[in-house]
Ligand binder design. Sequence first.
Ligand code: URA
Length: 243
Amino acid sequence: MSREQLRQYLTFYQDLGVKNIYKRSATSAAAAAAPAPAPSAEPSIVLPPIAPADDTLAKIIADIGDCRRCRLCEQRNKIVFGSGNEQSRLVFVGEGPGADEDEQGLPFVGRAGQLLTQMIDGTAAKEGIPIKRADVYICNVVKCRPPENRTPQPDEMEICGEFLFRQLMTIRPKAICALGSTAAKALLATKDGVTRLRGKWHKWQEIPLMVTYHPSYLLRPYNQDAKREAWEDLKKVLHFVYD
Ligand code: URA
């Protein structure tokens, strides 16, 4: 591996929030392939390929295939890759599919999705920006539904993060909007919560990134102040991208 490739790997993992990378020894790799691997004291991960220069969304889908790389495959119905305009200047990243998304194979089609659609369409219309939800691209950190809609675990985020990384590198939008803390953690090497991160510009691989509340959080009746803040965040994003 060249120095430059190594540097890219390390930046990639830093962006995913990974702090320690252990090189797999031949023995531990063999143990991992055995039917009942012995628990290892050191976490070890396999380095995924860096986004190829001529990557496309179709290639990423083909590489995901009938994915069995993590436990989320066990209960999923459909893999939810992403939807929308593949040349969009704006990408929204959520956490992971819920029940409706798992059934349809499309992101943000349930209640939270309806709110997200209203937020995008409503804010754009109010601000005189001629776009609709179909004009942006929407995807998630993990592509398979976590059981009972639990938060994705770090190893699941790390494994699926390879595909999110490639998706974002391929689309190369003008801005990214991270919805909620899972997306923020996956894209920014931070432990800070959404309240702290929201409303300000951050960067992912030199692309401006805004963090805002996840629509599911906004559906809770006691979070009405957050709703107003999320509209403010979205206004900023839309003006930045489309003005
Ligand atoms: N919540 C998410 O984070 N993503 C979806 O696709 C749906 C709900």
